[in-house]
Ligand binder design. Sequence first.
Ligand code: ADP
Ligand code: MG
Length: 398
Amino acid sequence: MAKKTVKDINVKGKKVLIRVDFNVPMKDGVITDENRIVEALPTIKYVLENGGRAIVFSHLGRVKDEADKAKNSLAPVAKRLAEHLNQNVNFVPFTRGAELEAAVNALKDGEVLMFENTRFEDLKGKKESNNDPELGKYWASLGDVFVNDAFGTAHRDAASNVGIAANIGSTVAGFLLEKEINFIGGTLENPARPFVAILGGAKVSDKIEVIQNLLKIADKVLIGGGMAFTFFKAMGYEVGKSLLEVDKVELAKELLEQANGKIELGNDVFTGKAFDPETERNVRAIDQIPTDELGLDIGPNTINIFKSYIENAKTVVWNGPLGVFEFPKFAEGTKSVALTIASIKDRATTIIGGGDSAAAVIQFGLSDGFTHISTGGGASLEYLEGKVLPGIACVDDK
Ligand code: ADP
Ligand code: MG
């Protein structure tokens, strides 16, 4: 279903509530990665350039007690935002009240204010995170229209997304949310084929619904990473000390049956004797993993098998690293797959969803090699599971 975006509404002279995802990593009050601020700029700038009055807000971290408040103030983020926008950002250190309301009413066209961490409202009864109806209504009363651009929290019902949307006339997507809807939602709805899904990461249990959903949609599902060993066990192989979820072996069997040949696991792995970056690396055929070794990466033959599927794909969706890429010795599988996907960028739609997979690709310096790298960890996972995300559902249809 096509969703309205900020381009579909008139923002001139309007008080525009903009929910962004400024949940940036911080250390001692210093922002260590400002990518999320940079990514939010197009939507904020669009509103300002078109004469809107921007009221920007976000959550930051978790707020369980008073001490968390000092740690998780958005003040440093407002400062960086002002520098990026090259204009004043009036930071209001509250989430409600007379001072905030006065600041909102004083806004002129093209001006921007930001208010404090929405999760400060979690201290007295999780009002933000549990979507307290009074809070959504209150925030909605501050604005004329609502732009949701926070994909990272789109899988949660919060006062600052669905709560506001339920109490305001017009809710539209910002450019970042639009991109996620088009690339993840659009691709899953109508993929160019062949569609190859690549799944990795640590555990089957984290990804059951992703596997099930992609098995329905994709033409081939390549599985690597720690989760592969539960499947290998289900196929009757001994996996040594590899990551194994004993209680998921039956499920893996069922998935393999259901998949009817659609799942490809390859036939070898790189192993080590310990979960240690310095451990010696061996190549083992899948039926020859010694009892005292564990699989830490997909093996060279498997890399080639995966490559041959990827090279012919028109759509690739990738979630989860194929090995312990944090150890340079065991990054080869993940890196080779990333390079292969990057090599087909001109002729295929290639998407990464998943926090660690995105981190891996960025670490390899290959982020330009993909059509879309999703900004949401949990949200992209649930989107890939085929779920309706509340933060998207609350946006008006076109
Ligand atoms: P994503 O965040 O992309 O969804 P996950 O969180 O599911 O990915 O998994 C990422 C983690 O999986 C990485 O930290 C990686 O080290 C780990 N991993 C990958 N392969 C293995 C393996 N063979 N054994 C143990 N852990 C693995
Ligand atoms: Mg992860």
